[in-house]
Design a protein around this ligand. Structure first.
Ligand SMILES: O=C1O[C@H]([C@@H](O)CO)C(O)=C1O
Length: 545
């Protein structure tokens, strides 16, 4: 089956948290429409860029794009941007049931509101290995009042201007900024604007709900909680999880989970659904939505105060959740026993010519003007640095608990070229930032693949002993995974998807500041590329008959 969508993308004044600002909408809304498809379907999305002054690209997060690497929607990597006025046709297969996302992948545009859900159902006749009565989706987000331009400019300036903590937290596109906290021109902040009334999820007492929870925050790591209700985690990034019960679900930007909730509490009232910032000193009030027990009035506030979030700087329960996520019995895909190649990626905050940047092995990433996919396919060698970035870092002699002795790093748009079909291990090693006694959380997202999560730990990775503790029995597969403060995360994937794929920190400002790498594999197996992805940089004239 073909699922055909036509989207018009533009700027509109919106007040998702009661504060009026320009947001990017799809067909008038943020979040945009949910894409509903069945495993094996072809999704076609015709995107018209009506932003007037700004380029655009849309990434289909978690969709592997096997055979369609030019449809990944990553500006600078797989395509030229869609220029204002143009319509771009994305066409790809959804080959696996599960919960996925889409969002802008041009500059820091995602945080202006261009995002939504993709829900892929099982083929006819197949059923999920867990029972539920109803299926619901929500996206969690954080929200800034400054434009992406102001933020990106501050991050790229001397002196550096940090984006700071978000002004509010949104649940399914709705939040509540305290209008009395800042003097604003009349009409800018209006607490009774219906656009910022809380999201309401209505449940029927006694029924079980599958709630698909996703995070697309620009910065924040979140704890999600439903007052008085436990959640059973059953899916992560499109893979079945060996069920486990949580009170708080920790969720990082780019991740999706399905949780089962039973509406088994006192049915005479409503309950709070909350999000709280964790991992950074919070300066944002909790995100609130209402779990409405039918037939109570959906706008009736719960009679209790919203539950407090967990302690923001307690890493232990977050590490514990990361380690608890295992593949479900009966749905285990076992990784190859040994890797062909191991890449150690030391994550550091650095200076490049006085600018604050993030680096992997002391190299801070920049995007070339000509997309890699086209450059590699047509052998345009001069458009990006042909020397690969460092393949490892001597961790032995690096103190991850201190500010680096030499803070300087360099910029490069060089890439890692992987041999097709080989097994690659990546060790993400966290470290101290340029601030004493500070290490941050980074959610890493890989395009074009799912990887096995072999292990998480705190401290310096021990190349001789930690691999012996890898979970090779029932590791979960994911496309996004956090590294915790001062911690490490080990992943394994097969380089079996011909194309060029970004692997990056999903925090908007961190990727803008260079926190990413690019992998190429099997470029010789990539078929003809659509001319629609070309037209910029050195690709002008390519793809024309
Ligand atoms: O990239 C970042 O920069 C700031 C800070 O480290 C420098 O001001 C911060 O908290 C980040 O996550």
């Amino acid at each position: 089956r073909i699922r055909h969508y036509k989207w018009d993308v533009k700027y509109e004044y919106k007040s998702p948290d009661c504060y009026k600002k320009l947001a990017i909408t799809i067909n008038g809304g943020t979040p945009g429409p949910t894409i509903l498809a069945q495993q094996g379907d072809t999704v076609i999305v015709e995107v018209k860029n009506s932003l007037m002054l700004e380029n655009l690209a849309i990434h289909w997060h978690g969709i592997r794009q096997n055979g369609t690497p030019g449809m990944d929607g990553t500006e600078g990597v797989t395509q030229c941007p869609i220029v204002p006025g143009d319509t771009f046709k994305y066409e790809f297969k959804v080959d696996r049931a599960g919960t996925y996302l889409y969002h802008a992948h041009y500059g820091m545009q995602r945080e202006a509101g261009l995002y939504g859900s993709i829900r892929v159902s099982l083929p006819d006749g197949k059923t999920e290995p867990f029972a539920y009565d109803y299926d619901r989706s929500i996206i969690l987000n954080d929200w800034y009042h400054k434009s992406t331009y102001e933020q990106a400019t501050g991050l790229s300036s001397i002196p550096f201007v940090w984006v700071g903590e978000p002004q509010s937290l949104l649940i399914q596109g709705r939040g509540k900024f305290d209008c009395s906290s800042t003097p604003s021109a009349p009409g800018v902040c209006n607490a009774s604007n219906p656009e910022c009334s809380p999201y309401v999820m209505t449940v029927i007492p006694g029924k079980t709900y599958r709630l698909r929870v996703a995070s697309l925050t620009a910065l924040s790591s979140l704890s999600f909680q439903i007052e008085g209700h436990n959640m059973t985690v059953v899916e992560a990034d499109g893979h079945y999880v060996e069920p486990f019960v949580v009170k708080n679900l920790f969720i990082y930007s780019g991740e999706t989970y399905s949780v089962l909730i039973k509406a088994d509490q006192d049915p005479s009232r409503n309950y709070w659904m909350t999000t709280n910032v964790v991992g950074r000193l919070p300066n944002t009030t909790a995100g609130l939505a209402i779990l409405n027990y039918y037939p109570n009035h959906p706008r009736r506030s719960p009679p209790t105060a919203p539950p407090a979030g967990p302690i923001w700087n307690d890493t232990a329960p977050r590490l514990a959740q990361s380690q608890a996520i295992k593949a479900r019995q009966g749905f285990i895909s076992t990784p190859p026993a040994i890797p062909d190649r191991v890449l150690v990626f030391l994550n550091t905050q650095n200076l490049v010519n006085g600018y604050i940047r993030w680096s992997i092995n002391n190299v801070s990433f920049t995007l070339p003007h000509t997309p890699y996919l086209v450059a590699l396919k047509y052998n345009l060698r001069h458009v990006f640095n042909q020397s690969p970035p460092p393949i490892g870092q001597d961790l032995q002699n690096y103190d991850i608990y201190s500010v680096a002795k030499n803070k300087n790093a360099s910029l490069s748009d060089g890439i890692y070229r992987l041999q097709f079909n080989t097994t690659v291990d990546i060790i993400l090693q966290n470290a101290n930032t340029m601030t004493t006694n500070n290490s941050e959380t980074h959610p890493w997202h890989l395009h074009g693949h799912d990887f096995w999560v072999l292990g998480h730990g705190i401290g310096k990775f021990d190349i001789n002993n930690d691999p012996k503790k890898y979970n090779l029995v029932n590791p979960i597969m994911k496309n996004t995974v956090p590294i915790h403060p001062y911690g490490w995360t080990a992943l394994r994937f097969k380089a079996d998807n011909p194309g060029v794929w970004l692997f990056h920190c999903h925090i908007e400002s961190h990727f803008h500041m260079g926190m990413g790498v690019v992998f190429e594999e099997g470029i010789e197996k990539v078929g003809n590329l659509p001319s629609s992805i070309m037209g910029c940089g050195e690709t002008k004239g390519f793809g024309r008959p």
